[in-house]
Design a protein around this ligand. Structure first.
Ligand SMILES: [Zn+2]
Length: 291
């Protein structure tokens, strides 16, 4: 059943793998009513990238998957690329911290280049490991690289999608100030996998990409934007159900339409207005997708 409003249906953060369900998962998203995916890169092989070529190859796999999805399903796919923050720890064990820092720096710069060349729309995921890192040198290097990621996003004129632990209200403001200090408007820093409602908008507030759980969607639906909805789908056959299924965002949109028909217009925030406010452009319309 199509939505009673003319809207794209957008999952703002997912991963797909050529070794997992891949294009078939996107087809499932499409059948459920989904129209646009923000596809974040990931390591597609068990080993962490140890040279820049490996990162280039990884980004290219994300891009080719995006093209195949578009061609086979009509779903519009936007790529999000960056070296995964946790990679630094594993690379440091293998090639030493200085070489790992140099590699991570080069990979961030490569990601910025991809955005400038319009092969990607954002830098992500960047940030810091979501767990405690024992080695203080590695910890401080990941903080420095996070700041570098923010300036790469500033220079590429795009958002940065942040991977980090769940944030308190103070930490949300602290991250906003940190973005501003790097020259990136706080609104362009997006906390992905947000599982709790963000405070009311302020000049320091970063943006939220909420996990599309029913209860959370119900809580934030009337909140002012920008905010997004996502599944963080992992497409990992070894971890079924680790995150939400890729069909969740369209199902959730239908749930809103059915249970709160008077609020269905609010979906314009995650599916259109937030993209305009954070990315600076509108989601493109694909004739085949009907969105
Ligand atoms: Zn992710």
């Amino acid at each position: 059943m199509p939505l009673p409003v003319d809207l794209p249906i957008v999952d703002h953060h997912c991963h797909l793998s050529p070794h997992g369900e891949g294009v078939r998962a996107a087809a499932r998203f499409r059948s459920a009513g989904g129209t646009h995916l923000f596809l974040a890169t990931q390591n597609y092989v068990p080993d962490v990238p140890l040279d820049l070529e490996a990162y280039r190859h990884q980004f290219e796999m994300t891009e080719s998957l995006a093209h195949r999805i578009r061609a086979d399903t009509g779903v519009v796919v936007y790529c999000v690329v960056a070296p995964y923050p946790v990679d630094l720890i594993r690379a440091a064990e293998r090639i030493g911290l200085p070489a790992a820092i140099a590699l991570h720096t080069a990979a961030l710069e490569l990601a910025g280049r991809w955005v400038r060349e319009r092969r990607a729309v954002a830098i992500g995921e960047v940030g810091r490991p979501h767990f405690d890192v024992a080695d203080p040198r590695v910890r401080s290097a990941s903080e420095d690289l996070f700041d570098l990621a923010l300036s790469v996003a500033r220079d590429a004129d795009c958002p940065a999608i942040v991977h980090c632990e769940e944030l308190s209200i103070e930490e949300i403001a602290r991250l906003g100030r940190r973005a501003r200090a790097a020259g990136l408007p706080p609104v362009r820093l997006v906390k992905h996998y947000a599982r709790a409602r963000f405070p009311v908008p302020s000049p320091e507030r970063i943006s939220a990409s909420y996990l599309a759980k029913r209860e959370l969607v119900g809580q934030v639906l009337l909140d002012p934007g920008p905010w997004f909805l996502e599944t963080d789908f992992l497409d990992d056959p070894k971890r079924p159900g680790a995150v939400l299924d890729l069909a969740t965002v369209p199902r959730r949109a239908r749930w809103v339409a059915e249970t709160r028909p008077d609020q269905v217009e609010r979906l314009r925030i995650p599916f259109e207005e937030a993209i305009r406010a954070v990315y600076g452009w509108s989601p493109e319309r694909d004739e085949r997708s009907g969105a």
